[in-house]
Design a protein around this ligand. Structure first.
Ligand SMILES: NC(=O)c1ccc[n+]([C@@H]2O[C@H](COP(=O)([O-])OP(=O)(O)OC[C@H]3O[C@@H](n4cnc5c(N)ncnc54)[C@H](O)[C@@H]3O)[C@@H](O)[C@H]2O)c1
Length: 319
């Protein structure tokens, strides 16, 4: 298949592109490197089945796509829209860009998919559930989001994108897939992304104080990136058009997670507590009943094993 993939040089996008190319598909990556890194796709760029355009996915990219291709492929089977800053420090720094790539970008790419008669795939987020009042969160939960809070630039942009996608589905019968990703980690994460996994692992590696926000009793689930990519590939093979949660339902408090990091990385770091950021969700855990039933999918990689693989990568980054 021919696949247009935005966000290809990002953490998730580069893993997905690699898997798709390995399976024999042609991938045209699009990225403007605003949070992604060129080195994530340096190996891919030598593959005959991978092509790349540096472009802003918030703007129409059709002409770019048509004139810049090595392969001159203009017929796509899938338009997969993953481009978006994804960690709070990154989207705080890029508020309008985050809203535009999920808002206008989604609309332009839906239009491109419709014109090309391609299926459309979107990476939404567990953030659409906000600070959830039910636990764990099934896809049917409507969420508890502060529309004017500091995180709304991301949460509401993703909710707007979801609404736009189902408008295209209802209006034009556009074929769509939509996943809500819960906290995912693994190699190729940007060490500077400010997420809990990178923060705590790098602080431990550098013997710096390990920062926990609040009392550390808030919970998170941590999904290894290979499990996410497997879920995406399986969903592409179904004809299910409604949102599907992809995340690891094993739940840890942030303190438990910090202890797991300390068991893995011999460190002199001490845990220090700082005040909780505004609108930080108290708990997050996916209900993955639907993904299990629909495609027999559930995460395979345990936290300790996933952290070990991630640590190997981070050590090379530090070196
Ligand atoms: N990693 C997670 O835990 C997680 C959780 C929920 C949702 N998601 C979603 O998954 C997707 C990928 O996230 P990630 O963790 O790989 O983040 P990332 O920042 O590593 O990757 C996002 C990529 O999109 C690119 N990008 C952003 N705006 C762009 C624009 N206007 N034009 C072109 N490229 C642009 C960035 O340069 C980057 O390469 C995002 O849509 C994110 O919202 C990720």
């Amino acid at each position: 298949m021919n696949i247009l993939l935005t966000g290809a040089s990002g953490f998730v996008g580069s893993h997905l592109a690699t898997r798709l190319v390995r399976e024999g598909h042609f991938v045209l990556g699009v990225d403007n490197f605003c949070t992604g890194r060129a080195k994530n796709i340096s190996e891919l760029r030598t593959e005959p089945n991978f092509d790349f355009i540096e472009a802003d996915a918030s703007k129409p990219i059709f002409n770019n796509v048509r004139s810049n291709l090595k392969t001159k492929t203009t017929k796509f089977d899938w338009v997969m829209h993953l481009a978006s800053p994804a960690s709070p420090p990154k989207y705080f720094a890029l508020p309008l860009e985050t809203m535009l790539v999920n808002g206008e970008g989604t609309r332009h790419l839906l239009e491109f998919a419709r014109e090309s008669k391609a299926s459309f795939f979107f990476s939404s987020t567990s953030e659409v559930y906000g600070d959830p009042s039910i636990h764990p969160q099934p896809e049917s939960y409507w969420g508890n989001v502060n529309s004017i809070g500091v995180r709304s630039i991301y949460d509401e942009a993703k909710r707007y994108a979801e609404a736009m996608i189902y408008a295209y589905y209802r209006l034009y019968g556009q074929d769509v897939r939509l996943i809500r990703i819960f906290n995912t980690y693994g190699p190729k994460m940007d060490p500077e992304d400010g997420r809990v996994v990178t923060n705590l692992m790098f602080q431990a590696l550098k013997n710096e104080p390990m920062t926990i926000y609040g009392d550390g009793k808030q919970t998170r689930s941590f999904q290894y990136v290979d499990d996410l990519v497997e879920g995406i590939i399986r969903l592409m093979k179904t004809d299910y058009v409604w949102p599907v949660n992809l995340g690891n339902p094993e739940e840890f408090t942030i303190l438990e997670f910090a202890e797991a990091v300390k068991r893995l990385i011999p460190t002199e770091s001490k845990i220090v507590f700082q005040s909780l950021p505004e609108d930080d969700p108290k708990q997050r855990k996916p209900d993955i009943t639907l993904a299990k039933k629909l495609m027999g999918w559930e995460p395979q990689v345990k936290l300790e094993a996933g952290l070990k693989r991630t640590l190997e990568y981070f050590k090379t980054e530090l070196a």
